[in-house]
Design a protein around this ligand. Structure first.
Ligand code: AMP
Length: 282
């Protein structure tokens, strides 16, 4: 596996490998790779001949400067994990090289998809996601790109980006990977103490309870009860717990043959912002 740290190095490597004549997979990440990322790389490899994993802590998608500064950066360990999972190259350019100057993002308005939930809580976040993924798609030009359902709203945004600006590119969605405890894997979990990890399990418990409530036919009451439980938990600062339609990112209260209902949660534990989600089985 090779490490490519500039656009030129990427282009040269792609030419030497016959990239544009092959079925190629791409997995964009911000590094601090864990099993969740590894599962995406394995999925990409199972569907393509060559796989590039990008690693870039993208400044334009952070609305919180401290979150950006403290985001874990672990390139050497990431290289081992990427290789083990089947990557052929890690593309890790500087933000300035990728953006061709000062990293900047154009505002994107795609209704609730970019402006509800994560978009509302993290103003400008999806502008930055769209800017960096658009540039990465142009640079890497893959046959398919894999994204994790862990970032459910991001999947919707990327699907629209691909449809509008990268026709022909296949977006593959990978399931959310959890720790054996149930905690959703996240690079930010590294910033939690052992106590914080155990407090964060409350989020998974709340999602399970809402999923059970939906199966019992009273999702509204389950959401209400779990919001109250999380608000009463001193270790958790709840941002939202809601049931929405993953196709539109509008709240969902039942019905609709086409709807893809999910329960979603965002909360802070020990100052670390965590998100999680779970599909509701009818
Ligand atoms: P990130 O490095 O957090 O930007 O994530 C890079 C990709 O990995 C995104 O498509 C995420 O949705 C995905 N990802 C992160 N955590 C998980 C997880 N626990 N399970 C599945 N995919 C994940």
């Amino acid at each position: 596996m090779v490490l490519l740290q500039s656009l030129d190095a990427l282009t040269q490597w792609q030419a030497s490998m016959g990239w544009h004549e092959k079925v190629t997979g791409f997995v964009p990440t911000m590094g601090a790779l864990h099993e969740g990322h590894a599962s995406l790389i394995r999925l990409a490899k199972s569907q393509s001949e060559l796989v590039v994993v990008s690693i870039l802590v993208n400044p334009t998608q952070f609305n919180d400067a401290q979150d950006f500064e403290t985001y874990p950066r672990t390139l050497e360990g990431d290289m081992d994990k990427a290789q083990e999972a089947g990557a052929d190259a890690v593309f890790a350019p500087s933000a300035e090289a990728l953006y061709g100057g000062k990293p900047q993002a154009t505002a994107v308005h795609w209704g609730p998809l970019t402006h509800a939930y994560e978009g509302a809580r993290r103003p400008g976040h999806f502008d930055g996601v769209v800017a960096v993924v658009d540039l990465l798609f142009q640079a890497v030009h893959p046959t398919l790109a894999v994204f994790g359902e862990k970032d459910l709203q991001q999947v919707g945004v990327i699907e629209k980006l691909a449809k509008d600006r990268h026709p022909g590119l296949k977006v593959v969605v990978a399931p959310l990977v959890r720790e054996p405890s149930g905690l959703a894997m996240s690079s930010r979990n590294a910033r939690l103490s052992a106590q914080g990890v155990s407090s964060a399990l409350a989020l998974h418990q709340a999602l399970l309870a809402v999923q059970r409530g939906a199966m019992d036919g009273d999702v509204g009451r389950a959401v209400q009860a779990q919001r109250e439980a999380l608000r009463a938990n001193p270790a958790v600062t709840l941002e939202y717990l809601d049931v929405l339609d993953a196709l539109t990112f509008e709240p969902w209260s039942g019905g609709g043959q086409e709807a893809r209902p999910y329960v979603v949660v965002a909360a802070e534990v020990e100052g670390v912002r965590l998100i999680d989600n779970m599909p509701l089985k009818a």
